[in-house]
Design a protein around this ligand. Structure first.
Ligand code: ZN
Ligand code: ZN
Length: 340
């Protein structure tokens, strides 16, 4: 297997966000996001990090060099707080633990997904296929869409966490005032971490400055992930925050206004969905094909397309929970508007 090449654009610099808190960009090969921002908290014993990166030699070496650059060592990492199970956050956690003996912490709702997703995925793939059929995916696209996430599997070392971190738990990071906030939506067990001394919100993929995280219905998601996500947004928006430290793009000021923007974005998407049903499109697939995406529907392929269909379904399930639409069972499942 050849490793995907690294983007030619340079990574952003390693930054000291606040005294003792560092941001270390770690590359994600062949991905438009380009890097994940690993945050390191200095202590006398060594660093505690939030997220780890993607499991390649390049990512590992970048993280190792980054920790050295900020005056510590990968051998001395004490804890890895993983925001969620996606490969760009969790993939490298096992290797960091192997190098250092650090504990790895993950929310139980994400820990519960590891086995089916990364160790024995056949059953999950069948469930994804069934879901796509019910969504109305054309037969000639079913197989490639069903397998679309398998390419990332080698980049995850599917370790079990040492600590199951529940909502409002305080990870033991000496000298720091961190609190885990369970923020389901992008992933069922997504965690943000609030740091009380400097009023920092480490937002993972839950709140990013420019892009909106993918919120998808999936066999491993709750019945209404977008409803969960919007509630989780309201929740983090209430924390008095001086700066947001997201896992991608760049850090920013203005958490509550970004939260309002994200909620408004999804409210606009709801209107798009309702409009396409009113025009007579009734399968999830057809409704997805009518929504506005970052590129034309015909040019969306593979994993991106599955994410788009999952996202359309998330909007439909949220509208169903609000009593705006209802599902008529069948293959494909059909959607209709409820009279209001
Ligand atoms: Zn993610
Ligand atoms: Zn991510």
């Amino acid at each position: 297997m050849s490793l995907p090449s690294r983007s030619l654009d340079p990574l952003p610099p390693i930054d000291e966000v606040r005294p003792g808190v560092w941001s270390i960009p770690v590359p994600i090969p062949n991905n438009p996001l380009r890097y994940v921002l690993v945050y390191a908290f200095h202590t006398d014993r060594g660093a505690y990090i939030v997220d780890a990166g993607w499991n390649t030699d390049d990512s590992f070496e970048t993280l190792r060099a980054g920790l050295k650059h900020i005056g510590t060592s990968i051998d001395d990492v004490q804890g890895v707080m993983v925001t969620h199970i996606h490969p760009d956050h969790y993939g490298l956690a096992g290797r960091v633990r192997e190098a250092s003996g650090a504990w790895v912490a993950l929310h139980p709702a994400d820990a519960a997904l590891i086995h089916d997703r990364y160790e024995e995925p056949d059953d999950l793939l069948d469930r994804v296929g069934a879901m796509l059929r019910r969504a109305g995916a054309p037969a000639d696209e079913l197989v490639s869409l069903r397998e679309a996430s398998m390419a990332v599997r080698p980049f995850v070392d599917a370790v079990q966490p040492d600590i199951l971190m529940e909502d409002l738990e305080k990870p033991e990071v000496p000298g720091w005032d961190l609190t885990a906030l369970w923020t389901p939506g992008h992933s069922p067990g997504h965690l943000c971490f609030y740091e009380g001394r400097y009023r920092l919100m480490l937002s993972g993929d839950h709140v990013l400055p420019r892009i909106t995280p993918n919120i998808s219905v999936h066999p491993q998601a709750s019945s209404n992930p977008l409803g969960d996500f919007m509630r989780s947004l309201e929740r983090v928006g209430q924390y008095v925050t001086d700066e947001v430290l997201p896992a991608h793009e760049h850090r920013f000021v203005g958490l509550s206004s970004r939260v309002r923007e994200l909620i408004a974005h999804h409210e606009a998407r709801f209107l798009e969905v309702v409009e396409s049903i009113r025009e007579g499109y009734d399968s999830t697939w057809d409704i997805a094909s009518r929504m506005h995406w970052s590129r034309p529907w015909e040019r969306i392929n593979g994993f991106m397309k599955r994410a788009a269909v999952g996202e359309a379904m998330a909007h439909l399930r949220a509208l169903e929970a609000r009593g705006v639409v209802r599902a008529i069972e069948g293959e494909p499942l059909k959607w209709e508007l409820l009279a209001s």
